[in-house]
Design a protein. Structure first.
Length: 312
């Protein structure tokens, strides 16, 4: 009976001794088996759990003015933090269909925290839209604020014009064209560094706003200061489009008139520059101006005579 009770203890002590003498490699294998077994059990349990609905990204956001109180003394640091949240939320909107309503709030907060940072203004002009992907009143407000802070940034002006033309605000086409023309008018002065297409767009919108004479004046002022031959050719083409309703009255050589006027503007002669400018502005304003049409025909005739004499 005494041996019967001692037998289990003997087996247990013998097993412990054998376990202590096994190799280290076997111990690692045993530990690895336990770890992977635990992971498998945990994964199986997690798959049985119900899926928790994803919570909205923001329950409340302060106004842009009140957001400065959240970061006293460090507004630019706060703008960086808000900007990271803005980019992440924008990615969620694109990839996971998150609610885009918070984009405008986040961008305006970043703009308020760092008023010298232009990129949130530019990004807001593209990222802030309505449910159909169209610009809305908030898009325009963000871009208008950006233009007032950074008046020499032509990108913001182009974005604002695009937002005004692509959105639905219940305004007539002439009113929208007039607003766009006022936004782009500083680009036409030549003082702001901007690409050629931005200036050409400005001339077109000024004309559509009902001010063809102003569009022609701005175009002529640019033609006098631009030396690039390629841009000069493009401006002459634009001149022809501004005179589209008047060139027919000039006669059969009407297509040559923009080139003739451009040569007069670059001649350096004050008399020729003044005459060409007056005729072009008069034709752009009123295609039935008989005096301007007569002068244009005379200029074309003189040009033809000069060309014929040069060939001899």
């Amino acid at each position: 009976m005494r041996y019967v009770f001692r037998l289990p203890f003997f087996i247990l002590s013998k097993g412990l001794q054998d376990l202590m003498t096994v190799s280290r490699r076997s111990s690692f294998l045993a530990i690895a088996a336990l770890v992977f077994g635990s992971l498998a059990v945990g994964l199986g349990q997690s798959l049985k759990r119900p899926v928790i609905a994803k919570l909205p990204p923001f329950s409340y956001l302060p106004s842009p003015e009140a957001s400065r109180l959240v970061f006293p003394g460090q507004p630019t640091f706060g703008a960086s933090i808000v900007w990271v949240a803005t980019v992440l939320h924008f990615a969620d909107c694109l990839l996971e269909g998150a609610d885009p309503r918070f984009m405008g709030d986040l961008i305006e907060i970043a703009m308020e925290l760092d008023k010298r940072w232009v990129y949130p203004c530019e990004f807001g002009g593209v990222a802030v839209t309505d449910a159909k992907g169209k610009p809305n009143d908030r898009t325009v407000r963000i871009l208008e604020k950006g233009v007032s802070r950074f008046p020499d940034n032509w990108n913001l002006r182009i974005y604002l014009v695009s937002a005004l033309r692509d959105g639905r605000y219940g305004l007539t086409e002439s009113v929208i064209a007039d607003s766009c023309a006022k936004v782009l008018l500083p680009i036409t002065t030549g003082k702001m560094k901007s690409p050629d297409y931005a200036r050409t767009l400005a001339f077109t919108l000024i004309q559509k706003s009902g001010r063809p004479d102003e569009a022609m004046r701005q175009l002529l002022s640019m033609m006098r200061i631009v030396d690039d031959p390629l841009i000069q050719v493009r401006y002459q083409e634009k001149m022809g489009k501004l005179l589209h309703g008047s060139l027919g009255a000039v006669g059969s050589d009407s297509l040559e008139f923009p080139k003739i006027a451009g040569a007069m503007l670059k001649s350096g002669d004050v008399g020729q520059i003044t005459l060409a400018s007056q005729v072009l502005v008069a034709l752009a304003t009123d295609s039935t101006n008989l005096r301007a049409v007569a002068v244009a025909r005379e200029l074309v005739g003189q040009y033809r005579a000069f060309e014929a004499q040069a060939r001899r």
